[in-house]
Design a protein around this ligand. Structure first.
Ligand SMILES: [Zn+2]
Ligand SMILES: [Zn+2]
Length: 179
């Protein structure tokens, strides 16, 4: 494991959410947001309204900037996000989760909690100077964010779909060169 479990979980959630904005947009309905909320085991307040959905959608470019920023810019963004949310780190234990950090109360709006959770996770990335774990997909036509948590830092594509497409293209290029 590169980072603590909850940090990795939060990073994967932030990257996944940012990448839903890549075409085709996959966060268009309250049901889409339900699926995200359940997949990443969020707890606490859910409004299930269009307004909440729109705010989460609007958060995506902010997360993308954070996740693809250089280290100093990322530090500034984290500080801004935490200040805007009036974050106050507290150790909490709830549901099946042992002691971990929350920095806003569980009835704060979901977009605020997602934003603060991503900012808190980025604190670990910045402190460990591991920003190179984050980047943009190596596929020429894909702008999705890539999070590389592999031991040998081998991940270059955002998804198996992008990885496979490029493997096929590389194979064809080799075949053409051999012919
Ligand atoms: Zn929690
Ligand atoms: Zn990709």
């Amino acid at each position: 494991m590169v980072f603590a479990h909850d940090t990795e979980q939060s990073l994967v959630a932030a990257v996944t959410l940012a990448n839903t904005a890549e075409p085709p947009d996959t966060l268009e309905t309250v049901a889409d947001l339900d699926a995200f909320y359940e997949r990443f085991e969020f707890t606490g307040r859910r409004d299930r309204t269009r307004a909440e959905l729109d705010e989460v959608r609007a958060l995506r470019p902010v997360l993308r900037s954070l996740l693809t920023a250089d280290r100093d810019t990322a530090a500034d963004l984290v500080n801004t996000m935490l200040a805007e949310a009036r974050a106050l780190p507290q150790l909490v234990r709830h549901d099946r989760f042992d002691w971990h950090l929350h920095a806003v109360v569980s009835d704060a709006p979901l977009p605020t909690r997602i934003s603060v959770e991503a900012a808190m996770a980025m604190i670990d990335v910045i402190r460990a100077d591991e920003l190179s774990r984050l980047g943009v997909c190596a596929d020429d036509d894909c702008e999705a964010v890539v999070l590389d948590l592999s031991r040998n830092r081998s991940r270059r594509f955002c998804s198996t779909a992008c990885g496979n497409r490029n493997a096929v293209a590389a194979y064809r290029a080799r075949r053409a060169a051999d012919a």
